[in-house]
Design a protein around this ligand. Sequence first.
Ligand SMILES: Cc1ncc(COP(=O)(O)O)c(C=O)c1O
Length: 434
Amino acid sequence: MVSCVSGSRLDPWVDSYAQRARGMTASEIRALFSVASRPEVVSLAGGMPFVQALNMDMVAETAARLLKERGATALQYGSGQGDMSLREQILEVIGEVGVQAHPDDIVVTTGSQMALDLVTRVFCDPGDTVLVESPSYVGALGVFRSFECDIVHVAMDEEGLNPQALTDAITAARSAGKKIKMIYTIPSFHNPAGVTQGPQRRAEILRIAQSAGILVLEDDPYGLLGFEGEVPRALRADDAEGVIYLGSFSKTIASGLRVGWAVAPHGVREKLVLAAEAATLCPSNYAQLTVSEYLATQPWREQIKTFRELYRERRDALLESLQAMMPEGTTWTIPAGGFYSWVTLPAGLDATAMLPRALAELVAYVPGTGFYVNGAGRNNLRLSYCYPDPDRIREGVRRLAGVIEAELDLARTFGTTHTLATFHGESTPTPDMA
Ligand SMILES: Cc1ncc(COP(=O)(O)O)c(C=O)c1O
């Protein structure tokens, strides 16, 4: 059945794919990322949490105790909605961001990535409009694209989603006869923009969504990882009917456990459970009960504090070295929490075209185009400070500054930097880019 031409395999099923599979393409950037995982490369690309900061002995004890005492349950199928005791514990976690809910409002998912998929599956027909920030999380864009949504980017400013731009986008989409199904937003410690909506801004966004009758999909994996001041209050805390809230243990415990959740209004919650059951029958009982046991027996708030301090130190190393080393004309956001800073290059430079040179100089970042569906972001890149230690971060920034200097020299000499292959940022999400 499989034919070969010039040594490359042709896909005999290409004409059989569903229409939606056409939106699922791997970017050329993805291939370059195999280089980024080499140890000599300082990767400021991936958003991998620094799980080494967990007390591994305690985690091992937790897992061992679970298997010994409740092994038959942990290794069995469970409920499609998620383990009841874990859902009760999740109430305590979301209480930290001001969300009051009932265990019945919660659906446990395989990471919040799966919750993004379920919500889109339940709400979006092909061609429906989803409003997203500009830039937005690459994994969410991949989901929306796979359901053939019409993705519309809405401008942000230093406080995140811009209310006037949101109002204008709603008016424009509706005048064009579009059905807007959701506003997707990451209000706290944005991936990739590194900005946070203040309380006033949150109230404005909610007011606009409510008066337009549009559902808000609030994605909040970083909410508890702020470096200063109070924990930002979730949008869901002030609108239980109009907001679906997504949370995750990926950044506060461990991403490898793949445990996240959605908090949704009652009717929506029922549909999400049916969609989840169709996809996976139930989330992993083993992973859920590991999290549940960990929350019940370990000082998880203390652990989150440890993560916060560690990431703050790394954020500081990044900001100080950017300040000291970046060529004039480069700017960046100052994150008050989370994992990312969004860099704008000097005018005329192209972060996508620059990536091969950066990798040759042994530093990696994610080009800005990956966070848009409309080709924007060529002048931007995302830096993650969550994984490398402060010395590696400083070394990475030193290398990156050299690469930008070299590109500027090239631009001065030839009037362009586009001597290198250019890449398009459209991609399905990759763990490297997440
Ligand atoms: C904004 C955002 N949403 C969702 C996710 C998915 O997280 P997980 O599926 O690990 O819970 C990520 C991961 O990086 C993210 O940055």
